[in-house]
Design a protein around this ligand. Structure first.
Ligand code: SF4
Length: 267
């Protein structure tokens, strides 16, 4: 069967991109190019890239670019990928809302031997998720809260669809790896019960490599004002190193055979 990618239909499509960052150590192995896309269906109260949430170019944030143009930009860093074991990670917004574009970019990168990953909330239609999986070495899934009702209060939707997608990707026969990420927000999702429930979800996944803790930060707060929006977590302070270590050690002490670490570069 000739796929859309083989026919060149996906390769020639365009995407709406927020920005491309080089030499990132936060979203995958080695040095990476991270491509942030526009558009997200969630509205996390702590979102550090509010300029990524709208799918369209707004107030100077974002541009429309072709698969070929992006791949050419990514390939400029091939030497760093080679020496560091890095590659490309597509993030958001929610990258699964532009599945043809993402499949096109990742498919071209894979043809060149470049390591591929996405970071996602998994809040996307299953056909979109399924389209991307064959082009992935790793998938980083952010789990915001294990309780559906609290999840809805924090990000606008409950987590049933996300957990169903997580189960389905774990059942895939494809050889990609799964990393679960917890954005650790003081006073919001850092209580013992929530962390233990997320740990038990992680322990049920056969493709899981590890849990990564992503400590809350306030780097995107200034962007809310630029967009004419208010920031809801104004009273939440950046957590201390001791707090991050204590929460991480708490998870490690539970009786689950799941490796836990703080995300690269955070402490
Ligand atoms: S899923 Fe990511 S991009 Fe979307 S609102 Fe949440 S933090 Fe922001």
């Amino acid at each position: 069967m000739v796929s859309q990618l083989d026919k060149g239909e996906v390769k020639n499509c365009t995407g709406t991109v927020l920005r491309l960052e080089r030499n990132s150590i936060h979203d995958g192995q080695g040095l990476r190019v991270v491509l942030f896309l526009k558009g997200c269906s969630l509205s996390c109260k702590w979102c550090s890239t509010p300029e990524s949430q709208q799918a369209v170019v707004e107030k100077g944030y974002g541009r429309i670019i072709s698969v070929d143009e992006v791949v050419a930009e990514i390939c400029k860093d091939e030497i760093f990928f080679f020496h560091s074991g890095g590659g490309v990670t597509i993030s958001g917004g929610e990258c699964l809302l532009q599945p043809d574009f993402v499949a096109g970019v990742l498919g071209e990168c894979r043809k060149r031997g470049i390591d591929t990953a996405i970071e996602t909330s998994l809040f996307a239609p299953w056909p979109s998720v399924e389209k991307i999986l064959p082009f992935l070495n790793a998938i980083y899934v952010d789990l915001k809260h294990p309780d559906g009702n609290i999840h809805k209060k924090l990000v606008g939707v409950d987590n049933r669809h996300i957990l169903a997608n997580l189960k389905k990707i774990d059942q895939s026969d494809l050889p990609f790896k799964i990393y679960l990420r917890i954005p650790l927000i003081p006073g919001i999702n850092d209580e013992d019960d929530a962390l233990i429930k997320t740990l038990s979800i992680a322990a049920s996944l056969k493709k899981l490599v590890e849990i990564e803790i992503l400590p809350y930060h306030r780097l995107g707060v200034g962007t809310y004002a630029k967009l004419g929006r208010s920031y809801e977590l104004e009273d939440v302070a950046t957590p201390s190193r001791e707090y991050i270590i204590e929460r991480t050690e708490f998870l490690k002490k539970q009786c689950y055979a799941v490796p836990v670490k703080v995300g690269s570069g955070y402490i």
